[in-house]
Design a protein. Structure first.
Length: 296
């Protein structure tokens, strides 16, 4: 480092699973001083060889932290167990452990009660995407905005960042919402390939291209749903209304039956649409079905 270089923020990382190890290597590659701890010390040894310092205990790691204490563990219970007994007063805790919005809110209160500043994160990437900006991976952050800005440079090293609000649970909420949408998409992809069947004269690679193009085009419907939810007018800008979609669903079901494909991945959503139509809202778009899912 020359005299004109800006010193890199030291990072303390608790947890060296696949994701934790990927985070560690990204920070090391970017020149950040790194202290690591893992329940199984052997996992830290390769990183020590790459320039990290290994702490023997979480308390030692936290006590020596001169920057953010990043936690990337199995679950929320592991976070509580690992940080129990550590002196958190005045520390900056960044929790990248997968959790629920409620768990994030409780963990934020838990941290504040111990005098720590808290930021929660939801990682929208898999380990091979970490440290590679070209992959498009990013992390949602929520909680202490000043803390986020203070450590933005270090937090941006492993992946892009998106701050989504000062409510600590919002990062987990955005994370789970996107993963839930992905799960529904995968259900549709699974059903589509099942319909294509085992026939040898079907080019599945070509079908996959058609499928991804079609899903990409249809994904834009999310903007229309968002506009309807904001305005409260669920008929606004509707192209295919619920009555039309519910009627078309019969063709989808008949085709599945004719191809000996179980429709269980589709029928819950179809039943939701039919219920909304039966309530007299056949002229609406899909936004009207959302209220049927909420127990309020």
């Amino acid at each position: 480092m020359d005299s004109h270089s800006t010193p890199k923020t030291p990072v303390t990382l608790l947890g060296l699973g696949d994701m934790g190890t990927a985070l560690a290597r990204a920070w090391l590659a970017a020149g950040h001083p790194l202290t690591v701890w893992n329940r199984t010390p052997e996992k830290a040894r390769p990183l020590v060889g790459e320039g990290a310092r290994a702490a023997a205990t979480p308390s030692e790691a936290v006590a020596s932290a001169a920057g953010p204490v990043v936690v990337c563990l199995l679950d929320d219970a592991s976070v509580g167990e690992t940080l129990s007994g550590t002196e958190l007063h005045g520390r900056d805790v960044v929790n990248l452990t997968t959790n629920t919005p409620d768990q994030a809110e409780r963990r934020a209160r838990w941290a504040r009660e111990r005098g720590a500043r808290f930021l929660d994160g939801g990682i929208m990437a898999i380990p091979p995407m970490i440290g590679r900006p070209d992959t498009g991976g990013y992390v949602f952050y929520s909680g202490d905005h000043e803390l986020f800005e203070r450590h933005r440079e270090a937090l941006t090293v492993p992946a892009g960042v998106k701050f989504v609000g000062e409510e600590p649970g919002h990062a987990a909420l955005y994370d789970v919402a996107l993963l839930s949408a992905m799960t529904g998409m995968f259900a549709g992809i699974t059903h589509a390939f099942a319909l294509m069947g085992p026939e040898k004269d079907i080019d599945r690679a070509r079908f996959a291209t058609l499928l991804t193009e079609w899903l990409g085009g249809m994904a834009g419907a999310a903007h229309g749903i968002a506009a309807q939810l904001e305005s409260g007018d669920y008929t606004e800008g509707v192209g295919s209304n619920l009555a039309m979609m519910a009627a078309a669903n019969e063709t989808l079901l008949a085709t599945a039956q004719g191809r000996s494909v179980d429709p269980r991945l589709l029928t819950p959503f179809m039943e939701l649409m039919r219920h909304r139509v039966d309530q007299g809202h056949g002229d609406e778009g899909l936004a009207g079905t959302i209220g049927l899912l909420r127990a309020e």
